[in-house]
Design a protein around this ligand. Structure first.
Ligand code: PGA
Length: 266
């Protein structure tokens, strides 16, 4: 049921490193996260994934594998076509080949800085799922849209368009990240009540698109200026199932503190 935390929803926290880190610092960060993630209370309670830049994916995935870590690796983007003549792009099979489990689609920087539209985001989402990856579909309103009172409409449009043509069967490999654009990298985050309200509405949309039971099982993360000192109050909301973390994911201690805040209390 929307608004009720389901036992099936294991919180998930992702670290989106964006176009940050070097070869050496990416390795060090991944291994520091892996070390902390292996001990209680995190081990098994929270799913953790890191999203390094493409060029470090294979190395980070290999190092985490050798460290026997449960920390998963994901890509920040993909191209929706099979391998072929697409200079500069990376395909879903290539991401799988280097050990990725997840891929982000529709991140606000890809929508609003790079200029991706809902149709391309939908193609990427379907290609990722068809290719066997798990997908974190990011949605969220701009400040102007929030001030115009259209937050829920924007989220609904982005969820419906992003998931168009996705089967119910594939939905257990989909996570939604609600990330208000005005909260990303700005130090301003949605209040827990505002974030909860947006998440509950997104869950209603999923119930309408698929079924109430399916909607109750889908994890919806919050993203946008999540820090160690605000994570617990956000994650305590019944429809918030962890977070997608940018800036604070670049410091292992902060990221781990945020992951710890996602450990279920009930
Ligand atoms: P932020 O980024 O935590 O730095 O606001 C979140 C994101 O872009 O996913």
């Amino acid at each position: 049921m929307p608004g009720t935390r389901s036992v099936n929803r294991r919180p998930i926290v992702g670290g989106n490193w964006k176009m940050q880190t070097t070869f050496a610092s990416a390795e060090a960060l991944a291994l520091a996260v892996a070390t902390h993630a292996a001990s209680p209370p995190l081990a098994s309670a929270v799913e953790i994934a890191v999203f390094p830049p493409f060029v470090y994916l294979a190395h980070v995935a290999m190092r985490l594998c050798h460290a026997n870590s449960d920390v998963y690796v994901g890509a920040q983007d993909c191209w929706p076509e099979p391998p072929g003549a697409f200079t500069g792009e990376i395909s879903v099979p290539q991401l799988k080949d280097v050990g990725c489990r997840y891929v982000l689609t529709g991140h606000s920087e890809r929508r609003h800085v790079i200029g991706e539209d809902d149709a391309l985001i939908n193609r990427k989402t379907r290609a990722a799922l068809d290719g066997g990856l798990r997908c974190i579909l990011c949605v969220g309103e701009t400040l102007a849209q929030r001030e115009a009172g259209s937050t829920d409409d924007v989220n609904e449009r982005q969820v419906r368009a992003g998931l168009a043509g996705v089967s119910s069967d594939a939905m257990d490999r989909v996570v939604i990240a609600y990330e208000p654009v005005w909260a990303i990298g700005t130090g301003r985050n949605a209040t827990p009540a505002d974030a909860q309200a947006a998440h509950a509405r997104i869950r209603d949309v999923l119930a309408d698109m698929f079924s109430p039971a399916l909607a109750a099982a889908v994890r919806i993360q919050y993203g946008g200026s999540v820090k160690p000192d605000n994570a617990a109050s956000l994650f305590a909301q019944p429809d918030i199932d962890g977070g997608l973390i940018g800036g604070a994911s670049l410091k292992a201690d902060d990221f781990i503190a945020i992951c710890a805040a996602a450990v279920p209390r009930d």
